[in-house]
Design a protein around this ligand. Structure first.
Ligand code: FES
Length: 333
């Protein structure tokens, strides 16, 4: 399969040169003169490599690199600039760029930089794969689901402890108390062993529904690890949410069939209607949004699910009406 490349530069000559050079190398090249459009394209498409100019109207290249590192961490980013300097090169690398190429560049120079950047990025990913397991093309890892029996044992252990100590049931606790109780029970079950970090995170997530920052802090204290390391590990996995899920869970499909049928527009419509990003929950706790890979009903693309209901052939107006309808059915006050 052809590698995908995104070129963000306000100079049309650079765009056409990159198109010519890299299409000849069998890359699938997408170009844009707008940094904002570039950032929005990476939300819907995985690019193996991204070339980004340093000086552009609107967002500057350093800001774009920082945002790309957050939204498309698996892409190899190469910065290009007409005004290179050691300080800028160092800054670009610190923010996640793999290389820095000065304009005007020759086809050989840019081609060498791009191909070496991809190789280095792939080597980095391999290291991560060895450390954490199988990495998917989205840069995140899928975990097998946790054994239902483990959850049942945990649940029984928590209930029993609370009954013996004559304490109220989990349901009667405040959210922080509930999370603390679950976290301590899971840590006990796994002997507070750092080698069990992934099963610990999975069990807490399955039980509590999410990993709160307080939960991560508690795990860090109990396992004598840094919060940064625990969050870094958890954030590699698609399954983990870090905010309490809303009462209704909306899943916007970002699979190929949905994407080509306007799935990106639908996701944007959900984001702007509810003012949340994927992985977030509305302030009133009614909706949470997640961006998922194929939901398995591509013939209905673009597809959105809300809780267990599938909504096919989705359009922004239909989506807005559906969300309004759910809001109207919510208890007032
Ligand atoms: S790609 Fe969306 S349902 Fe298959």
């Amino acid at each position: 399969m052809a590698r995908k490349m995104l070129v963000i530069d306000d100079d049309s000559i650079v765009l056409s040169s990159c198109l010519r050079i890299f299409e000849a190398e069998h890359f699938d090249v997408v170009t844009t003169t707008s940094p904002e459009e570039g950032l929005s394209l990476v939300l819907d498409t995985y690019f193996d490599v991204i070339l980004c100019d340093w000086m552009m109207p609107g967002l500057d290249g350093m800001e774009v690199i920082t945002r790309l590192d957050e939204t498309s961490p698996g892409s190899a980013v190469v910065m290009i600039s007409g005004y290179p300097s050691i300080e800028r090169t160092t800054e670009a690398m610190k923010r996640g760029a793999m290389d820095y190429v000065a304009k005007p560049f020759t086809p050989d120079e840019i081609s060498k930089a791009v191909n070496e950047a991809i190789q280095r990025k792939e080597a980095e990913e391999l290291e991560i794969i060895e450390k954490f397991g199988r990495l998917t093309k989205t840069g995140q890892i899928s975990l097998p689901s946790i054994d239902e029996k483990i959850l049942q044992t945990l649940s029984a252990a928590i209930d029993e402890r609370r009954r013996m100590e004559a304490r109220p049931s989990l349901e009667a606790l405040s959210e922080p108390e509930r999370l603390q109780e679950i976290t301590l029970a899971v840590l006990d079950k796994y002997d507070k062993d750092t080698n069990n970090l992934i099963p610990i995170l999975q069990a807490i997530h399955s039980y509590a529904g999410y990993l709160s920052y307080e939960t991560i802090g508690m795990i860090a204290r109990e396992l004598d690890m840094s919060e940064h390391d625990i969050f870094g590990t958890a954030s590699f996995y698609t399954q983990f949410r870090f905010q309490k899920p809303g009462k209704h869970r909306i899943s916007g499909c970002a699979g190929t069939a949905c994407f080509v049928s306007g799935g990106g527009v639908i996701l944007e419509a959900i984001k702007s209607k509810l003012s949340i990003m994927p992985g977030e929950t509305t302030e009133d706790g009614v909706f949470s949004l997640e961006r998922v890979a194929c939901l398995g009903c591509c013939a209905l693309a673009p597809v959105v699910t809300i809780d267990d209901e599938v909504y096919g052939k989705m359009r922004p107006a239909k989506l807005s009406r559906t969300i309004d309808k759910i809001y109207r059915s919510e208890p007032k006050g």
